[in-house]
Design a protein around this ligand. Structure first.
Ligand SMILES: [Ca+2]
Length: 461
């Protein structure tokens, strides 16, 4: 009986382990923003960098088409099969639900047969180009975490550009060009993401991989996020710590995966032959059955929760930060400049918590309300505290106390109690420069002490 119980527990563990296997373990460290820990000084909050879960972002977007009347069916229209110009028994009629193909069918639940899809009007005005912009807007910065996947119901377009905006659609930059012939369409040499490297990962390429027309079986176009992650995290994305380290120190890399809007610019439909068959223009159109966008709210590593309320995504900011992306310190918490939480030192992130403003420290009730555990520090009157006294208030990391008013820090450290790596301030820490950092349990406490002691007078640090 014991054996069978052991076996079933073992089986459960194996199941749990194998389920967890594909996910890099380091992700678990960012699931919470703070936790209570016990130190010599008592129970304190330990603050950690944190981020919301990655999820299907198509649930939260608004879609806009340009031109607005480009969807088929108004007036009703007959279109032909791509491969056979004489098979013209398909009809699009916006006023009949079974025959309508509105934009929302790009984002509904897929997996049924036949697929549901959006469809454009046909290219009846040839040679005037048939061009459509599909704009996806979140009204919030989001970070992409998986490939963007667009599934066409028609042939994949001969020419297409995927674009992104970081400023809610005011300005746009290309993300990737797609063409049957890159040189002809965009004067670019064709490339694949696999041709890139760590050093060229931000290069904007034109690919012919997804534009081979309707003669191939695949109808899918990718924008390869995971292949780009893999340059840093390895082919199975096992070494996410390495990717996170790069994201921490390279703003351009962070920004590359960040968007507020995406725009799919369909420039020329699949023709499948060298020439457009002018006698059968009802064969040419765009149709998309599904668009996948996976990502997470960008909360600058200061929130684990992002709420969708009133058609709007908002980070639930921790660490005394505020704003839609937790991009600034709350009022009365501006004791040092705001910075994003950092993934470094690896494997645990540094929260970069906003600390109370010096002017607000002289007001104990307000302070106590925001920091419920402050009583454990037993600081009765911070205004009279020494900076250091070699008994209770030690300078950290080899720093020495000078006349009770300042710590003289070794070259690599800074901060009121030498609690902070100098490279952290400059944002130039490498993966192993965190070795000499204070234990993480004491970091929040040190930050707090530093803030309190900041009230003691000008320190010239
Ligand atoms: Ca669909």
């Amino acid at each position: 009986m014991y054996l069978s119980r052991f076996l079933s527990i073992h089986a459960l563990w194996v199941t749990v382990s194998s389920v967890m296997q594909p996910y890099p373990l380091v992700w678990g460290h960012y699931d919470v923003c703070k936790t209570q820990i016990y130190t010599e000084e008592g129970k304190v909050w330990d603050y950690m960098a944190c981020q919301p879960e990655s999820t299907d972002m198509t649930k939260y977007l608004k879609v806009k088409l340009d031109p607005p009347d480009i969807t088929c069916g108004d007036p009703p229209e007959t279109f032909c099969a791509m491969g056979n110009p004489y098979m013209c028994n398909n009809e699009c009629d916006a006023s009949t639900p079974e025959l309508a193909h509105p934009p929302e069918l790009m984002f509904d639940f897929e997996g049924r047969h036949p697929s549901t899809f959006w469809q454009s009007a046909t290219w009846k005005e040839y040679p005037k180009p048939l061009q459509v912009n599909i704009t996806l807007s979140w009204s919030k910065t989001i970070e992409l975490t998986d490939n963007i996947v667009i599934t066409f119901e028609s042939g994949r377009p001969d020419q297409m550009i995927l674009e992104k905006s970081l400023d809610y659609g005011r300005t746009w930059q290309p993300y990737q060009y797609y063409a049957t012939d890159c040189l002809d369409a965009f004067h670019m040499d064709p490339k694949s993401v696999k041709d890139l490297s760590q050093h060229t990962v931000l290069e904007i390429i034109c690919t012919e991989e997804y534009s081979t027309g309707y003669t191939t079986n695949s109808k899918i176009i990718h924008f390869e996020i995971k292949d780009r992650f893999a340059f840093f995290a390895g082919p199975w994305l096992r070494n996410m710590a390495s990717l996170y380290g790069q994201l921490d120190t390279t703003k351009k890399l962070r920004d590359f995966f960040t968007v507020t809007d995406l725009r799919i610019r369909l420039l020329r439909p699949a023709v499948g032959e060298i020439f457009v068959d002018e006698l059968h223009l009802a064969r040419y159109f765009y149709a998309i059955s599904d668009i996948k966008v996976h990502g997470r709210c960008k909360c600058n590593l200061h929130a684990t929760v992002c709420v969708y309320d009133n058609s709007k995504l908002t980070c639930e900011c921790e660490h005394n930060t505020t704003g839609p992306d937790c991009g600034k310190c709350k009022k009365n918490y501006q004791g040092r400049p705001w910075s994003p939480g950092s993934y470094l030192p690896i494997p645990k992130g540094t929260a970069n918590t906003c600390i109370p403003s010096i002017s607000s420290i002289g007001n104990p009730p307000k302070f106590n309300r925001k920091w419920p555990n402050i009583s454990s520090l037993e600081v009765s009157n911070p205004k009279q505290a020494n900076v250091c006294d070699n008994e209770l208030l030690h300078c950290q990391n080899g720093g020495t106390c000078h006349n009770n008013v300042r710590c003289l820090c070794p070259a690599a450290y800074t901060g009121i109690l030498c609690e902070k790596l100098r490279c952290e301030e400059a944002g130039s820490c490498s993966a192993d420069s965190g070795q000499g950092a204070p234990p993480r349990g004491s970091r929040a406490l040190l930050a707090l002490l530093a803030a309190l002691l900041g009230a003691a007078g000008p320190l010239g640090i």
